[in-house]
Design a protein around this ligand. Structure first.
Ligand SMILES: [Zn+2]
Length: 364
């Protein structure tokens, strides 16, 4: 019989950052229960989504419980139930960005906020250049007024990142110092995947100093994504601080491909290029976060490094790689991208209505 153990309740997070006391909890019969911790110094989740149905308190309580210190927090842009993009008008985009800044203002050291942008021609009567103008204005507003330092997860809907018309936007984001995350790979609305092929994102190389990452290793085009990322060192050199893009291994691959994507990534790319991310849609319970995302990803890391003969079990290098992928690779890239710390602006109103979980149109 399998007894489901409580994940916490006296017990602290899975990371070592937040554990305290003597690490043991007294049981009713007087025995002491050992605290279970993983050997990860710090954890940063480089891919989480606001939905409009969460509070900062819920997010922070979950992060505390699972030992995750920091998270990249993307402004609402998807209706999860309807499989639709919701950042498809400038008013929605602005509202979602205000909301993201408000949430992140509750913990600016931990919740790193990303504005949504979408230069789709339909925003401006089919005029791509005008849509680019509007998104440049919004990026400036998000930086200066909302205090955000990230943009993402941007989903290419009706535009290609390597279209010369987009260069002005990429240059603006680089000039501001906004870390930018792009969705790459198949897109779940069943309509836009063609725009999200990884090689299109070579277009950001038209913008010197551009920094960010590609999500999902481009699944199912992970071979294309890895090939594209592999040339980064040829273009920018071996020092990760000079690179433009990294990749996150967040949820995306179907089950049979998860190890394959991890394995190919870790075998072929520099270890400093790979980021832990989950694709979590807030709010979720800590049990779900741990079971669905953190524990499987830690397992995939261990298996892929063993099978790849990269770093042996028990070697100091194994621990080093784990700490890089689960925290340092993302945080150092973020620090290199931004010119000054984020200062997310709280909502001016005393309270804000919230929409149900998964609904992302927020009526303020
Ligand atoms: Zn994505």
């Amino acid at each position: 019989m399998c007894r489901k153990r409580p994940f916490f309740g006296g017990r602290r997070g899975v990371g070592s950052v937040f554990h305290g006391g003597d690490g043991r909890n007294a049981l009713a019969d007087g025995r002491r229960e050992l605290e279970v911790v993983y050997n990860v110094d710090r954890i940063l989740d480089a891919h989480t989504h606001l939905t409009g149905g969460e509070s900062a308190g819920q997010i922070l309580a979950c992060l505390d419980a699972v030992g995750v210190e920091k998270a990249f927090v993307f402004a609402p842009m998807l209706n999860v139930q309807a499989h639709e993009i919701t950042s498809d008008s400038m008013q929605d985009i602005r509202t979602h960005n205000d909301y993201c800044a408000d949430i992140c203002s509750n913990a600016p050291e931990r919740l790193l906020g990303f504005c949504t942008l979408n230069p789709m021609p339909a925003l401006a009567g089919g005029d791509l250049d005008r849509a680019v103008d509007l998104n440049i204005e919004e990026a400036e507003r998000c930086y200066e007024e909302l205090g955000l330092r990230g943009a993402g997860e941007l989903v290419a809907t009706g535009w290609y990142a390597d279209d010369p018309a987009l260069e002005r936007l990429w240059k603006k984001l680089a000039e501001l110092g906004m870390y930018t995350v792009f969705h790459t790979g198949v897109f779940y609305d069943g309509r836009q995947s063609t725009y999200c092929r990884p090689a299109s994102f070579e277009g950001v190389r038209a913008a010197p100093g551009f920094k960010g990452h590609l999500a999902h290793v481009g699944y199912p085009w992970y071979d294309e994504c890895i090939a594209m990322m592999k040339v980064t060192t040829g273009v920018f050199g071996q020092d990760p601080s000079a690179w433009d893009l990294k990749v996150d291994v967040s949820f995306g691959p179907a089950a049979d491909y998860q190890l394959e994507v991890w394995q190919r990534s870790i075998d072929t790319l520099p270890p400093a290029m790979i980021l832990y991310g989950t694709d979590t849609f807030w709010p979720i319970e800590p049990e779900e976060y741990r079971e669905q995302y953190l524990q499987p990803q830690l397992g995939l890391f261990e298996t892929a490094t063993t099978l790849g003969h990269i770093v042996g079990e028990g070697s100091p290098a194994r621990e080093e790689y784990r700490n890089m992928i689960f925290f340092r690779n993302a945080y150092e890239h973020w620090q290199n991208a931004i010119k000054e710390p984020q200062r997310p602006r709280p909502s001016p109103g005393p309270s804000r209505p919230r929409t149900p979980i998964g609904a992302t149109h927020i009526d303020l």
